[in-house]
Design a protein around this ligand. Structure first.
Ligand SMILES: NC(=O)c1ccc[n+]([C@@H]2O[C@H](COP(=O)([O-])OP(=O)(O)OC[C@H]3O[C@@H](n4cnc5c(N)ncnc54)[C@H](OP(=O)(O)O)[C@@H]3O)[C@@H](O)[C@H]2O)c1
Length: 316
């Protein structure tokens, strides 16, 4: 049998990279094998990947030498950053630069970079449409990623920029699910007005990325957007009402109110939702359901995601 092409996966112990690792490892006929990159090979998630057949390698994207070593000998890499671990756009930019330098040094044939928009291209810092945050950003966790696309291009790394969508898992793990209202009723709070929000099951991000690698060179040098479905808050609430069998009403939260919430990153997310709302045509347009299905025939829509996850959505 021909030797398998190795995919080095940053974030393999997490949601996006884990989805890609599982997509490859669960496919007995895959032309690829998995190198799971983690800072902690002793973690439960790392051990599970090892048991599933992945190679597990210790590396840190804050350290360019360590990530270069981890990329060596690989055919390709999946690159993702976790802004929410440190809340620093500057650190995120440095981490992406390190991965691009490492990809170049390791002579990778294909990198998938999990990115988002630099919203300042649409909403310059001089605009009063939304507040400027951390002196230099409109949506810090988007802008830092979008700004960093250039590093792979500068290094001449064969790259696919993968624009991801809102995880529906935020309804389970990020307290964005329905909140108790009056007399057995629930509110689905979302600052999206009457605009559509592209969403996805996070496991499908990895499955789509697998489709991108399987397509060979087709998506190299391209920016593609993936999503399971585009839905308004009203539509999301109606689907939750029906599958969860509760009275769930959509409640638009004004952007300023969302920005003022007392949790870390609230202003960043308030601006993010406003961006998705104000630029709905662009934002939904580039996140292509047909392409996502082509890359991943198992792609879930919101209804099938809800059926699969209804027990995990806490309604107290
Ligand atoms: N939530 C959403 O709706 C949404 C939508 C689109 C995009 N995103 C973006 O998704 C990103 C997070 O991805 P995720 O959800 O897959 O993350 P996650 O499940 O929280 O996992 C984070 C992963 O990153 C790895 N990691 C973090 N820092 C690292 C470092 N210094 N060196 C090596 N590995 C490191 C972790 O590995 P170890 O801990 O094992 O080292 C872990 O595997 C965020 O930047 C966010 O902006 C989120």
């Amino acid at each position: 049998m021909a030797q398998k092409k190795l995919i080095a996966i940053v974030g393999a112990t997490g949601a996006q990279g884990g989805g890609l690792a599982r997509a490859i490892l669960n496919d007995g006929n895959s032309e690829f094998s998995v190198r799971a990159i983690t800072r902690n090979p002793e973690s439960e998630n790392a051990k599970t990947l090892l048991q599933m057949g992945a190679e597990v390698v210790k590396a840190d994207i804050d350290n360019v030498e360590s990530i270069t070593e981890a990329f060596k000998g690989a055919y390709g890499a999946y690159c993702v950053t976790n802004f929410w671990e440190h809340f620093s756009p500057e650190k995120e930019v440095r981490q992406v630069k390190n991965m691009a330098l490492a990809a170049k040094a390791a002579e990778l044939h294909h990198v998938i970079w999990s990115t988002l928009e630099d919203t300042r291209i649409w909403v310059p810092l001089s605009s009063n449409a939304m507040p400027t945050l951390m002196n230099n950003y409109k949506v810090p966790h988007f802008d830092a990623k979008g700004e960093s696309n250039k590093f792979f291009a500068e290094q001449g790394v064969p790259t696919t920029n993968l624009l991801t969508s809102f995880y529906w898992e935020n309804l389970i793990y990020f307290q964005m699910g329905p909140q108790k209202g009056e007399e057995g009723k629930y509110n689905f709070n979302l600052p999206m007005g009457d605009k559509k929000l592209p969403g996805i099951s996070v496991e499908d991000i990895g499955k789509c990325a697998y489709g991108v690698f399987k397509a060979g060179g087709e998506y190299i040098g391209k920016t593609i957007g993936i999503t399971g479905e585009h839905l308004t808050g009203l539509e999301m609430a109606a689907k939750q009402s029906s599958i969860l069998n509760k009275d769930i009403k959509y409640n638009h939260i004004p952007f300023d109110v969302y920005r003022s919430f007392d949790f870390p990153g609230a202003a960043d997310l308030g601006n993010m939702f406003q961006f998705k709302h104000d630029y709905e045509d662009y934002f939904c347009g580039i996140r292509d359901i047909d392409l996502s299905k082509k890359l991943n025939p198992e792609l879930l829509d919101f209804n099938s995601w809800l059926v699969k996850n209804k027990e995990k959505i806490q309604l107290d």
